[in-house]
Design a protein around this ligand. Structure first.
Ligand code: C2E
Ligand code: MG
Ligand code: MG
Ligand code: MG
Length: 284
């Protein structure tokens, strides 16, 4: 019995594996054409000042509206793009689009773009970013680049040069998903991060409590000493907003404020806020 069961299980496993692989291959092939076919678009999620409730920045998040598969989430296709190398072309397109959109916003609003490690290590990466800024007419100081700790697993000169070169031009760097990876304070010590984004697992879910609160407080304390902004990710309720604000986070992002929205809605959020002087959501 055990043998038969084992075999059946193996076969079942193989079928799922194959289906997974087929889907990945499909995604890989189609991703190459998706840009030309106009299936990709950039959405923007507000990052809000927890003191005033006003929008300080938007994070650019890529969306793929596939003609047959429907809306694909970046968690599904970004890893495929990374493995196949398409991420370099895709990433350049995302940065260019985000910079063009941000150039239309008021001057004190910045845009944050996520970068994959592979994109950063590609030859001419820094130049590509600077070109996108120049073409869009967006000052370097209005661009933030979000990187995760996975970037530093491989210790590369290319990474250090990229960060140094762009920082010197005024581009700011944010450490994304802080607390989920290696969370080495060494990265914060070695690189000029202006912002730390505390992962949403510290804000909601099974691991939230006295301990997570103490950790956020400690990170916020460090942030204020080192003049770094601390962003709390994944804020869905007013209670969570108040908790991270009390803990010392200066900025917040999450469904409580808004989901990621198309560019015209981002512009609308900004103009409404500026015309009325009233933020769309309360922070206290
Ligand atoms: P991330 O950079 O940490 O982005 C935040 C993710 O959390 C986004 O998911 C956002 O929609 C989601 N989120 C925001 N607020 C809330 C909330 O209140 N509750 C919950 N449950 N989720 C919230 P999204 O857009 O699906 O992106 C997932 C990840 O894919 C991103 O995580 C980022 O690592 C990657 N990604 C997205 N766009 C890009 C891109 O243009 N380039 C690269 N390289 N990676 C990207
Ligand atoms: Mg991010
Ligand atoms: Mg994040
Ligand atoms: Mg993430």
């Amino acid at each position: 019995h055990a043998k038969i069961g084992g075999r059946a299980q193996t076969r079942f496993f193989d079928v799922t594996m194959t289906r997974d692989l087929v889907r990945r291959r499909e995604i890989e092939d189609e991703l190459r054409q998706a840009i030309q076919r106009d299936e990709l678009s950039i959405f923007f999620q507000p990052i809000v000042d927890l003191e005033t409730g006003r929008i300080r920045s938007f994070e650019a998040l890529v969306r793929w509206f596939h003609p047959e598969k429907g809306e694909l989430r970046p968690d599904e296709f970004i890893p495929v793009a990374e493995e196949s190398g398409v991420i370099v072309t895709l990433g350049n397109w995302i940065t260019a689009q985000a910079a063009r959109t941000a150039a239309q916003w008021p001057e004190d609003v910045t845009v944050a773009v996520n970068l994959s490690p592979l994109q950063i290590r590609a030859p001419g990466a820094a130049l590509g970013i600077l070109n996108a800024l120049r073409e869009a007419g967006l000052p370097a100081s209005r661009l933030e680049l979000e990187v995760t700790e996975s970037l530093f697993i491989e210790d590369s000169d290319a990474t250090a040069l990229f960060i140094e070169e762009l920082s010197a031009k005024g581009v700011r760097f944010a450490l994304d998903d802080f607390g989920t990876g290696y969370s080495s304070l060494g990265y914060i010590n070695s690189y000029p991060f202006k912002k730390i984004k505390v992962d949403r697992s510290f804000v909601s879910g099974p691991n939230v409590g006295l301990k997570s609160d103490a950790i956020i407080r400690a990170v916020a304390e460090m942030g204020s000493t080192l003049e770094m902004e601390i962003v709390a990710e994944g804020l869905e309720t007013i209670e969570q907003v108040q908790a991270v604000r009390d803990a010392g986070c200066t900025l917040g992002q999450g469904y409580y404020f808004s989901r990621a929205v198309p560019d015209y809605l981002a512009a609308m959020l900004l103009s409404r806020e500026r015309e009325t002087g009233i933020p769309s959501r309360k922070t206290a």
